[in-house]
Design a protein around this ligand. Structure first.
Ligand SMILES: Cc1cc2nc3c(=O)[nH]c(=O)nc-3n(C[C@H](O)[C@H](O)[C@H](O)COP(=O)(O)OP(=O)(O)OC[C@H]3O[C@@H](n4cnc5c(N)ncnc54)[C@H](O)[C@@H]3O)c2cc1C
Length: 469
């Protein structure tokens, strides 16, 4: 006799969204979270009138399944949309430079040399790659040339994924672009075909947050009726049983053990590796091999009179060749309303990552000194910020480095051999909140189908399928 159908370990967005999709299908779910709060990395803070995010700050969505979940959670009215027309910038030769976001815009931009424009126009003539595994740098350089890699892709990969394009696995990090190449033989031709046939929903992507920040999403998920959440439950051990799994947690009142039919590990890779160590060493070793980038996130509140730049955009990213102390800077109060007190501005900068992991461990004083010196030069800032806060993550984001896709395939194949065991966390299938929610649905559907044979459970029909590119 099992105590619950499904036990989920880990109460970040991966665990919470999986739990929510499961209860929507009438499946009994218990979720254990080691911490006193759920939400994991996602946390929004209101301090001195500024609203800051310690991890995800923007949900970039083109998946109807995510819209569906937000609707279910009654969060539509608190959505705050980012304007689609905001400019994006990169640092080019020490100056903020507008980044064109369309192919015609790129062709007209002074940012790119004639050689790069020619490369772009003739990309469709370049044959498909033959290497089974390629880094992001090799893939982009082969298709678009070195300049696109250095000025567009490198800052994007370092600034949004904390990753290193020379080491990142193209198939894992840029799955849509590599799929376009393998399907159509060309990225530009593939984009065009998708545009003509209106199959590319990325065009309809919506970027948003919530009035009270991204934590509104994890809070709403945590409050969804039907999920039995146990906070301060740190999973210590798991083991297979005849009919499923048994798990033990450390709690304030001693150890707590339950049995379940399905067990979903939504914990960071090293924690899942520890839990798997006694059961399946090769799985544990594969999990253990996943590296994470440390990050420091610095939030500054200013009086706009202290800043020469109008902050009329979403912020800027920094190519590795530009030699600044940080990877990117988001103008949060321009992106979303009510992030700063009236008449003030809020900006958030990202330091560390795979590019310069040591920076994430610098003292507060050293971080402020390096960043403020750079911001002074780039944005014409004078004086000290009136509000400042540093958030740190020793394991910020998993790095999809090396032959990542291949290793993850091995991992998922091995997991398949354990009946009722599932992995759903941001080292598999994408780090973004959108992909976490989507993967949660996939995991829930798989469990639901398996339980269907034993129980009369109706699998959820998610909104219409997407072309997965
Ligand atoms: C600085 C930063 C900025 C980001 N910006 C964006 C963005 O703008 N947009 C976007 O889409 N994404 C963004 N992301 C990515 C996104 O925030 C993360 O990928 C996502 O929140 C991770 O969710 P998760 O549930 O997989 O992991 P986590 O949030 O790490 O959750 C894992 C949970 O497991 C719990 N746990 C650990 N051990 C145990 C145990 N033994 N027993 C029980 N529970 C345990 C932890 O306490 C934690 O709550 C950003 C990430 C970072 C770090």
């Amino acid at each position: 006799m099992n105590d619950t159908d499904v036990l989920i370990i880990g109460g970040g967005i991966s665990g919470l969204s999986t739990a929510s999709w499961l209860v929507q299908q009438g499946i009994e779910v218990e979720l254990w979270e080691a911490d006193a709060r759920t939400g994991g990395k996602i946390r929004s803070r209101q301090e001195s009138g500024y609203l800051t995010e310690q991890a995800a700050g923007i949900l970039m969505n083109f998946r109807p399944q995510v819209d569906h979940l937000i609707n279910q959670l009654h969060l539509n009215d608190s959505k705050v949309l980012r304007s689609k027309t905001l400019k994006r910038h990169i640092i080019h030769q020490g100056k903020l430079t507008e980044m064109p976001m369309t192919i015609p815009g790129m062709m007209a931009s002074p940012l790119w040399s004639r050689e790069t424009k020619r490369h772009l126009a003739t990309e469709w003539l370049i044959p498909r790659g033959r290497e089974p595994q390629e880094s992001v740098s090799a893939f982009i350089e082969r298709r678009f040339g070195r300049e696109i890699l250095e000025k567009a892709i490198d800052p994007f990969i370092a600034g949004t994924l904390a990753s290193d394009p020379d080491q990142a696995d193209a198939a894992a990090v840029l799955p849509r672009l590599t799929a376009l190449e393998s399907r159509y033989g060309s990225i530009t031709a593939g984009i065009l075909i998708h545009k003509i046939f209106k199959r590319r929903r990325v065009n309809n992507a919506e970027a948003f947050s919530f009035k009270n920040g991204m934590q509104s999403l994890t809070d709403a998920l945590s409050e969804s009726p039907g999920i039995k959440i146990r906070r301060n439950h740190k999973a210590l051990a798991i083991e297979p049983t005849k009919n499923g799994w048994r798990a033990t947690a450390a709690t304030f009142s001693g150890e707590h053990t339950i049995r379940c039919k399905h067990l979903v590990l939504c914990t960071p890779a090293d924690i899942s590796a520890q839990l798997m160590a006694a059961i399946d060493k090769p799985i544990s070793d594969l999990l253990e091999s996943i590296e994470y980038a440390p990050l420091a996130i610095i939030h500054y509140g200013f009086d706009p009179q202290q800043i020469k730049h109008p902050l009329n955009g979403s912020g800027f990213l920094i190519p590795g060749g530009e030699k600044y102390a940080f990877n990117g800077n988001l103008w949060m109060s321009t992106l979303f309303k009510q992030r700063a007190p009236d008449g003030k501005v809020l900006m958030t900068s990202y330091l560390g990552g795979a590019r310069r992991p040591e920076q994430a461990h610098w003292s507060d004083q050293r971080l402020h000194q390096a960043l403020q010196q750079n911001l002074k030069q780039l944005l014409g800032i004078s004086g000290e910020p009136e509000y400042q806060r540093i958030d740190r993550h020793s394991q910020g984001l998993p790095l999809y480095h090396g032959a990542y896709q291949q290793r993850m395939k091995q991992l998922t194949n091995k997991i398949e051999s354990w009946r009722g065991l599932h992995l759903a966390a941001n080292y598999l299938g994408g780090v973004s909140v959108r992909e976490r929610i989507f993967q949660g649905l996939q995991t829930a559907d798989k469990i639901s189908l398996q339980l269907c044979h034993q129980q009369q459970v109706q699998p959820l029909n998610p909104p219409d399928g997407l072309l997965q590119i």
